[in-house]
Design a protein around this ligand. Structure first.
Ligand code: NAI
Length: 363
């Protein structure tokens, strides 16, 4: 029996070719993983009547660890995001997105080493919305006026921003536990508590309480307002270590952080709950590159590095990370996106699988 069984969801668009490159690199380290491959998304709709069949969730529940490629979310009609559904159904409340400079990516900074911890289950992402003109919106508008909370224009659509004690507590605790386990020095809570007193204000209050519980941990704590954080991230990214944010700010700040270190092609991520962990790149399915053997698999491969660390396979994780650093620093065998950032042209770029071959040669 394999030492680890991992659920593999290849996804669609560029997903299958990226996950193939990823499994080839991981397997080449010799680590003993059996991949249990299951499909989700538009391609399985016809067969199972849903883009997220039960057997996919059952496989993750059984194996506890999964890694996926991106899955397209149809715009307008069709189904809601499979990616969001997986996070919700398995209560994967922490979204972990490390951002660190790797020489050779052509990024604007060479001194970034920070980790975004984004709350994954509530805030404006909770999906509690009232359509403009609906009866429910009218009732809510009346309630806000009658209760003295405030006047909302009658022609408004409304999205609610729930932030709870429980979810704030567990995400800030996650950030501290992550900081301790990974030798990090500081946790920064990011919010807009000066304006949003009852949602972000509560988040900040709980963050301070949790920080007090970790006072002896050696991990420092501070807090910043989201707008100031965005400016400081661009001016002084080296000031930041672990940032913990409510869902929407975390979403925006993690793309900002990806931009600091060279873009979506290299930004890995993980969705972690109490029982399960699902690893995936920050980027989407980039349909225009699907099937062309062009897309950069680094984000998918660095997501596998996070997964290997989670599985306790630190040696294999380090070897892959070092191979990525070496190949990017040499700059000879890189995909079109990296080539273009470095030289202004895609001439001389290699394909997805040739890049994976170059990594394997450096393991
Ligand atoms: P996207 O991330 O797929 O692509 C945006 C652009 O970024 C691409 O056109 C390409 O230029 C570049 N890019 C992304 N990944 C790359 C890679 N590995 N190598 C080189 N270049 C890369 O974002 P978009 O176009 O907004 O979304 C496409 C689909 O993906 C949508 O249906 C969206 O809902 C879905 N999506 C899925 C996610 C997931 O599965 N977790 C996350 C984000 C989007």
């Amino acid at each position: 029996m394999a030492k680890h069984t991992v659920t593999l969801i290849p996804g669609d668009g560029i997903g299958p070719e990226l996950t193939r490159a990823m499994t080839r690199v991981v397997d080449a380290t010799g680590v003993d993983i059996e991949w249990e491959s299951v499909d989700a998304g538009a391609d399985v709709m016809e067969k199972y009547g849903t883009p997220l069949p039960d057997h996919v969730l059952d496989s993750i529940r059984k194996n506890k660890v999964a890694i996926k490629g991106p899955i397209t979310t149809p715009v307008g009609g069709g189904f809601r995001s499979v990616n969001v559904a997986i996070r919700k159904k398995l209560d994967l409340y922490s979204c972990l997105r490390p951002s660190f400079s790797i020489p050779g990516t052509g990024a604007r900074y060479d001194n970034v080493d920070l980790v975004i911890v984004r709350e994954n289950t509530e805030d404006l992402y909770a999906g509690i919305e009232f359509e403009e003109g609906s009866e429910a919106a009218a009732e809510l508008i009346k309630f806000a006026a009658d209760s003295g909370a405030g006047v909302i224009r009658p022609d408004s659509g409304i999205s609610l921003k729930p932030i709870s004690i429980e979810c704030s507590r567990r995400i800030v605790k996650f950030a501290f536990d992550y900081a301790i386990a990974n030798g990090r020095k500081k946790v920064t809570a990011v919010h807009k508590a000066n304006i949003l007193k009852h949602s972000d204000g509560l988040f900040l209050k709980i963050a301070r309480e949790v920080a007090a519980e970790y006072a002896d941990s050696g991990v420092e704590f501070d807090d910043y307002i989201i707008d100031a954080t965005c400016m400081q991230l661009v001016l002084h990214p080296e000031w930041f270590d672990v940032l913990v944010l409510p869902n929407l700010y975390g979403d925006i700040a993690s793309d900002l952080a990806a931009g600091l270190v060279g873009g979506l092609g290299i930004a890995p991520g993980a969705n972690i709950g109490t029982d399960y962990a699902v690893f995936e790149p920050v980027h989407g399915s980039a349909p225009k590159y699907a099937g062309k053997d062009m897309a950069n698999p680094t984000a998918e491969i660095l997501s596998a590095v996070l997964m290997l660390n989670h599985l306790g396979e630190r040696d294999a994780a380090d070897r892959i990370l070092n191979a990525v650093k070496t190949v990017l620093a040499e700059g000879e065998t890189v995909t079109y996106d990296i080539r273009r950032t470095n030289t202004g042209s895609t001439d001389g770029a290699v394909g997805t699988q040739a890049y994976a071959d170059a990594l394997i040669a450096k393991l």
